[in-house]
Design a protein around this ligand. Structure first.
Ligand SMILES: [Zn+2]
Ligand SMILES: [Zn+2]
Length: 302
């Protein structure tokens, strides 16, 4: 499974039923957290997400609605006895902020926290493991801000058990078949790998665009993605306010997804001035029909 679960879909000011930004990416039973606004650990508990399984946390930028929940989560993980290492990726100042909070509270985390600084205006590979690759890129916001692209590529071939058994290949050899090896039978004949396996599934990609003004420079990063998250802080009549604050509108998010040829669009980071989210869909659907609202507690398959 490769999916994203929304924990917070609001912009800066939380409302009783909407929280600041946070999302959980699930892949191969592993969890990664994307942004960690205030209240994220309560949302994790509320939606029964296993905190202990989070191995990587990505922080897009240092506006509080994207990281004010981080120190609380780190504290709780330590109190709960976590010993597995945890990687945090974010702007360089974040490491200083975390260390200062820990130092002044005389808190020593029980686990190894590895910090990876994102460098301004850079783009590149952040993480590559098993089937998952994570890249980052800059977005255009009031302060340095980064988007993340998650692509899941199954590297192993899929064994067709009936076929493999028909050629009398022992099950103990299946893992070599998954890696692409041929099989040599006792009589010296060769069973070609592609007779008994299928190619790996094609890569699937989720792109998180964080906070950003409308920016066509993002297109190369989201081109052809299966699912794109783009902020829509405001409806279109507040286009000027959006631009002044380096945010985007519903129409702009849909336009960008359309221009980039994305397959599906998820919109969120709604201003707390909106109680009803339906108008966001009403404005995006005519431009980009495969749009969904990012709703808290909902899981979207990539
Ligand atoms: Zn924000
Ligand atoms: Zn921001």
């Amino acid at each position: 499974m490769f999916a994203v679960t929304i924990l917070g879909n609001n912009s800066a000011i939380p409302t009783p039923d909407r929280h600041p930004t946070s999302q959980v990416i699930t892949y191969n039973e592993q969890l990664m957290l994307v942004d960690c606004g205030e209240g994220t650990q309560m949302q994790l508990a509320f939606y029964k997400v296993k905190r202990s399984k989070i191995r990587h946390i990505f922080i897009s930028h240092l506006h509080g609605d994207h990281y004010f929940g981080l120190i609380g989560l780190l504290n709780s993980l330590s109190l709960l006895g976590r010993t597995d290492p945890l990687s945090i990726y974010g702007p360089p100042e974040l490491e200083e902020i975390i260390q200062m909070q820990l130092r002044t509270a005389a808190t020593v985390l029980r686990f190894d926290m590895q910090f990876h600084a994102l460098l301004p205006d850079k783009t590149g590979l952040l993480l590559s493991e098993r089937d998952m690759e994570v890249h980052y890129f800059s977005t255009r916001h009031r302060i340095p801000c980064y988007g993340f692209s998650f692509s899941m590529q199954r590297k192993k071939r899929k064994v067709i058990p009936e076929q493999a058994r028909a050629y009398e290949i022992p099950a103990a050899y299946f893992s070599r078949l998954q890696d692409g090896a041929d099989y040599e039978r006792k009589d010296g004949t060769i069973v070609r790998n592609d007779w008994v396996t299928l190619p790996p599934a094609t890569a699937r990609r989720y792109v998180y665009c964080a906070d950003t003004i409308y920016d066509e420079d993002l297109i190369p990063h989201i081109q052809g993605a299966d699912l794109v998250y783009h902020e829509t802080t405001y409806l279109h009549n507040l286009q000027q306010r959006a631009a002044d604050r380096f945010h985007s509108t519903s129409v702009q998010a849909a336009t960008l997804a359309d221009k980039a040829g994305a397959r599906r669009l998820l919109i969120g980071h709604f201003s707390s001035k909106y109680a009803d989210l339906q108008p966001f869909l009403d404005e995006t659907l005519p431009i980009f029909p495969h749009t969904e609202l990012a709703l808290e507690g909902t899981t979207y398959l990539v």
